[in-house]
Design a protein around this ligand. Structure first.
Ligand code: ADP
Length: 331
């Protein structure tokens, strides 16, 4: 029998209430080592609470969790030495330089003076902060601050990193460079537990995504699996001539057509049999299409459908605009 991969993190029936307010209503998690797990959800869903519990900052009301093999609530000290947390609980001190912040962190981890300096230099270099390392953090841009935050987390050489909204408020270029750095960590075997408001971020980085809504996981899977859960996919055909479009619409109905773009959309799950059937019908009608593209729903569609509250994460912020992604295959 194949052995299942070692788990970096597991949780069974995790619950948290504050007084009579139930915030987490029985969460199950199972995250293999060296993977990226994304917890996605609207504001107030319980993402931060989940991270706070799993990183030993607050105690759950019920449920059993293991982090890096250690039992939460019993072996918290061992958990804390295996994990790193960046984001909302950032330890970055604005009045110190980047280098001083890193050295302070090295002291907290009981590294020798020399080792601390060596580590700081290495991390400043790795995160493209060598020059900035001599300036106070107060002068840093958002992207530099995030990179320093992540660098500080790495001083302790954690095996599991909780990244709480690592790119919120960053411009697209800084966001991409952060994604690259996260991918490098994963390539080194680190496990990432990511919370994000950005569907594109989950799509780009995560091996598995859980959608949290009202303290419950309403769906879990790969980005592709989640996209398949909901309708909205279609096959789009483009034609050279208007008369071809009109004839195709007759032959292939029910479809929606766009006479200006000379395209028509056929509702479809984008599977190979569905594709083959469309191609066969085109052949049967002796029609030649200029292009064929397969469109699957994006995570935006998934999120809006599953959480059902129209509360798109990050709604109201210009940063939240996620470009519509289409998986295309052009013939
Ligand atoms: P998210 O990170 O997904 O936005 P949170 O985990 O911060 O969600 O919060 C989930 C819910 O728990 C929210 O309704 C929030 O108001 C509530 N909550 C969080 N912390 C506390 C607390 N200390 N006391 C009472 N309610 C809290």
């Amino acid at each position: 029998m194949p052995t299942s991969p070692a788990l970096a993190l597991s949780a069974v029936a995790l619950r948290k209430s504050y007084g009579d307010k139930l915030v987490l209503d029985g969460i199950d998690l199972s995250i293999p080592q060296g993977t990226v797990f994304a917890l996605l959800g609207p504001n107030g869903a319980g993402k931060t609470t989940t991270v706070q519990i799993l990183s030993t900052l607050i105690a759950p009301s019920d449920g059993e969790s293991r982090v890096a093999g250690h039992l939460l609530g019993r072996e918290d000290e061992a958990i804390r030495s295996a994990i790193g947390v960046t984001g909302q609980f950032s330890a970055v001190d604005n009045l110190l330089t980047g280098e001083e912040n890193l050295i302070l962190m090295a002291n907290l981890h009981h590294l020798s003076r020399r080792e601390g300096r060596r580590r700081a230099t290495e991390l400043l270099q790795r995160f493209d902060l060598t020059e900035a390392g001599r300036k106070t953090v107060a002068t840093y841009s958002g992207g530099m601050r995030r990179r320093l935050d992540l660098a500080m987390t790495l001083v302790g050489d954690p095996r599991i990193i909780f990244l709480d909204e690592p790119t919120t408020g960053l411009d697209p270029r800084s966001r991409r460079s952060m994604w690259e750095m996260i991918r490098e960590l994963v390539a080194d075997g680190v496990t990432i537990f990511l919370t994000t408001q950005y569907l594109e971020e989950a799509d780009q980085l995560a091996d598995r995504i859980a959608v949290l809504d009202g303290g419950r996981i309403v769906a879990e899977g790969t980005a592709e699996e989640l996209k398949r859960l909901i309708p909205g996919g279609h096959i789009r055909l483009r034609f050279h001539e208007a008369h071809q479009l009109a004839f195709a619409a007759q032959q292939l109905g029910p479809v929606t057509t766009d006479p200006e773009a000379l395209t028509l959309d056929i509702p479809s799950d984008g599977s190979i049999p569905a594709l083959r059937s469309v191609l066969d019908r085109l052949d049967g009608a002796a029609l030649d299409a200029a292009a064929l593209t397969v469109h699957t729903p994006d995570l935006d569609d998934v999120f809006l459908t599953l959480t059902g509250n129209g509360n798109k994460p990050g709604a109201g912020s210009a940063q939240a605009t996620v470009p519509t992604q289409t998986k295309e295959s052009v013939r």
